[in-house]
Design a binder for this molecule. Structure first.
Ligand SMILES: [Zn+2]
Length: 59
């Protein structure tokens, strides 16, 4: 599966999967050309504020 930037459509992106503290897996995509960053979970876009709340969640 090829990945391209949602902003500039460049294929030069890095995609990594991040496992959050409670097991949620977030796909993080970063563009090398325009530095646009996106987050998604389960194939759906994830707003940055959700990512932050997940990352900052305390046990
Ligand atoms: Zn881009």
């Amino acid at each position: 599966m090829s990945v391209s930037c949602e902003s500039c459509t460049s294929p030069r992106v890095t995609r990594i999967s991040i496992t959050m503290t409670e097991g949620d897996v977030v796909d993080f995509t970063s563009c090398h050309r325009c530095e646009h960053k996106t987050y998604a979970t389960g194939g759906r876009p994830l707003p940055l504020e959700r990512v932050m709340s997940m990352a900052g969640r305390k046990k």
